[in-house]
Design a protein around this ligand. Structure first.
Ligand SMILES: NC(=O)c1ccc[n+]([C@@H]2O[C@H](COP(=O)([O-])OP(=O)(O)OC[C@H]3O[C@@H](n4cnc5c(N)ncnc54)[C@H](OP(=O)(O)O)[C@@H]3O)[C@@H](O)[C@H]2O)c1
Length: 301
């Protein structure tokens, strides 16, 4: 299949491109600068040069493809409205381009805020609608295109897609620990995060492209929920730092923007996804990765 991948140079995207190429797909990756473009070409993918804001390029890439996997995100966590607006515009553009074709449109999403107080399941719809909601309400917007003849599949990634080289949330928390000289956890440390290893997440994306029905919400979740205290203790072990509770009122000051996420209970199950796709995660757990030094090689930039 000719697959157009946005975010093809990213943490999840680059592993996904490898999976797709290995499965025999012809991949075109969106790249906005020379280095990612060269990396894509070196592994045998094609390149479409363009920025997420260049909607004409996104549209042309989608129209030329037999499937679209949208993994790009601006990730401006200090100004999430910017990322959300770009995300919504890209999803609208891809949906419009694929309308009436029946072609697969897989897009990245998450589990934050879906079901406060209990682990999120695949049959839990996102409460986020409209441009002012988290991620610009992109999951629901994309799923609305099912009625317009698009084979939409939402990829709900665990809040940590971990592994050596990760620059995501766990790397940021580890960087805060190193900077402050103490590995903190919010409050009583019982807020939990679901987790998945990058290799399992990328394999799930490829399986989702091959097998998921239109309208599916897939959970890229290997571990249902790891308490923040366990995460902080593993970071403390990795860097030889003391571990301590950070009082709820001090969380923002201590952690910065990541404190909001680290305080949230972001547990999720993946029973439906595993049964639907025959997907079994095999990668290391988050704590195994931390204990093996996956986050010790270099601090997050
Ligand atoms: N990693 C996680 O733990 C996690 C968890 C839940 C959800 N997700 C979601 O999964 C998706 C992929 O995440 P990731 O961790 O792979 O992200 P990432 O490593 O930060 O990669 C982001 C990708 O988006 C591209 N990008 C950023 N701004 C762009 C722009 N203006 N125009 C074009 N491309 C742009 C980047 O390209 P450059 O190489 O040019 O910068 C890169 O390829 C995102 O939607 C993310 O929110 C990730």
């Amino acid at each position: 299949m000719r697959v157009f991948v946005t975010g093809a140079s990213g943490w999840i995207g680059s592993a996904t491109v490898d999976e797709l190429l290995a499965a025999g797909h012809e991949v075109t990756g969106l790249a906005r600068s020379d280095a990612p473009a060269a990396a894509l070409e070196a592994k045998g993918a094609r390149v479409r040069r363009g920025d997420l804001d260049d909607l004409a390029s996104i549209r042309a890439g989608a129209e030329a493809a037999e499937a679209v996997i949208h993994l790009a995100n601006k990730h401006d966590f200090s100004n999430p409205a910017v990322s959300a607006a770009a995300e919504r515009a890209a999803v609208q553009t891809i949906g419009d381009a694929l309308a009436g074709t029946g072609r697969p449109f897989l897009l990245a999403s998450g589990v934050a805020g879906l079901t406060p107080g209990r682990p999120a399941r695949e049959d839990d719809p996102s409460p986020y609608h409209g441009p002012d909601s988290p991620r610009g309400g992109s999951e629901n917007l994309a799923l609305e295109f099912v009625d317009r003849g698009v084979h939409t599949v939402s990829l709900r990634f665990a809040p940590t897609v971990h592994g050596a080289g990760d620059h995501g949330f766990i790397a940021v928390i580890a960087a805060v620990a190193r900077e402050k000289g103490v590995s903190g956890y919010p409050g009583d440390g019982t807020s939990r995060w679901a987790a998945v290893h990058r290799s399992d997440a990328a394999r799930l994306v490829a399986l989702g492209l091959a097998k998921a029905p239109a309208g599916a919400r897939l959970h890229a979740v290997a571990e249902e929920g790891i308490p923040s205290r366990d995460i902080a203790e593993a970071i403390g072990r990795a860097f030889g730092l003391p571990v301590t509770s950070i009082a709820p009122n001090d969380v923002q000051g201590h952690f910065g923007w990541i404190g909001t996420f680290f305080s949230m209970d972001l547990a999720a199950t993946s029973t439906v996804t595993r049964e639907l796709l025959g997907w079994t995660p095999t990668g290391p757990t988050l704590i195994e990765d931390l204990d093996a030094g996956a986050y010790s090689a270099r601090p997050a930039s």
